[in-house]
Design a protein around this ligand. Structure first.
Ligand code: ADP
Ligand code: MG
Length: 276
């Protein structure tokens, strides 16, 4: 079943002067299956964040429609149903943390949803465990590393028990270690059944998804499983995007006449293949 359904979505921003508009999403149609892990990548300004905010009803379609678990985002009375089902994690963890203590921060979302206090406790503990931050629950967020802060922000979303989480460049401000921590948490949440939509500009992160969508100028230009997508590495480079190291290497070896299997897209697999 599709948890997210996007039909012919067009979204325009009005420029400062009010007269001109920028078409950020230009006729996008897209279904996202419940329980899937989708990566969305595209150069700066390609419309990724605008798409994400349309899924969360932070922005509403100019034309077309967006449905979250059957609720139409343009339906005023559905906003809370939608926000609860489709959580969002942003780039900067500092902008997402509001309390002086980690566990209070995680409680903020369910409190806003009107969850009963005893249930909140249970949800907060569960969410902190799911991002491995339970031990640090009494700490102040400003004492934490970037990766830890982002995991607290993720726990805040998890505590709302969403079916789907949209991560908009969640690792962009983190060091390599923090990035790895957050990627690990996303993989785990996906394994636990949450639908994960990861927006990123790190191509290496997309190979873990089961579907990659490449956007350019407000449109979808490639959409498919990773091994399929990286058959189009020349087109990807023309879009100003990198390809994963293993794909780059496979391409070069193919040019020299080695028949490298197309499903080798991760470093580890490539090393295993070359050393076999
Ligand atoms: P991405 O997340 O892929 O970098 P965005 O969705 O942020 O892309 O932006 C898509 C397009 O919309 C860009 O041309 C951008 O300049 C424009 N845009 C984004 N936000 C606004 C805004 N608040 N007002 C006007 N134009 C905007
Ligand atoms: Mg963006």
């Amino acid at each position: 079943m599709a948890i997210i359904k996007i039909e012919s979505l067009v979204f325009e921003y009005r420029k400062e002067d009010g007269a001109e508009t920028v078409k950020a999403i230009n006729n996008v149609s897209l279904d996202i299956e419940e329980g899937s892990f989708t990566a969305i990548i595209g150069r700066n300004g390609s419309g990724k964040s605008t798409l994400a905010k349309n899924i969360n009803a932070l922005l509403l379609p100019g034309s077309g429609a967006v449905y979250v678990d059957g609720f139409r985002t343009s339906d005023d009375s559905a906003v809370w149903e939608i926000r609860q089902r489709a959580g969002m994690v942003f780039q900067n963890p500092d902008n997402q943390l509001v309390s002086a203590i980690v566990e209070d921060d995680v409680a903020f979302g369910p409190e806003n949803l009107g969850v009963a206090p005893v249930k909140i406790r249970e949800r907060v503990e569960e969410a902190l465990h799911s991002v491995d931050m339970y031990e640090l629950r009494k700490k102040s967020p400003h004492m934490l590393s970037g990766g830890q802060k982002q995991r607290v922000a993720i726990a805040g979303v998890v505590a709302m028990r969403p079916k789907c989480i949209v991560f908009d460049e969640p690792t962009a401000m983190l060091d390599p270690r923090g990035r790895e921590e957050v990627m690990g948490i996303m993989t785990r949440l996906h394994e636990e059944g949450i639908t994960v939509i990861l927006i990123t500009h790190f191509m290496e992160e997309t190979v873990r998804a089961d579907r990659i969508i490449i956007m350019d100028a407000g449109q979808i230009v490639l959409d498919g499983p990773p091994a399929e997508i990286f058959r189009h590495s020349d087109q990807i480079r023309r879009l100003d995007l990198d390809v994963p190291l293993a794909v780059e290497l496979a391409d070069r070896l193919r040019k020299r006449g080695r028949a490298i299997p197309w499903d080798i897209i991760e470093d580890k697999e490539m090393v295993a293949y070359l050393c076999r």
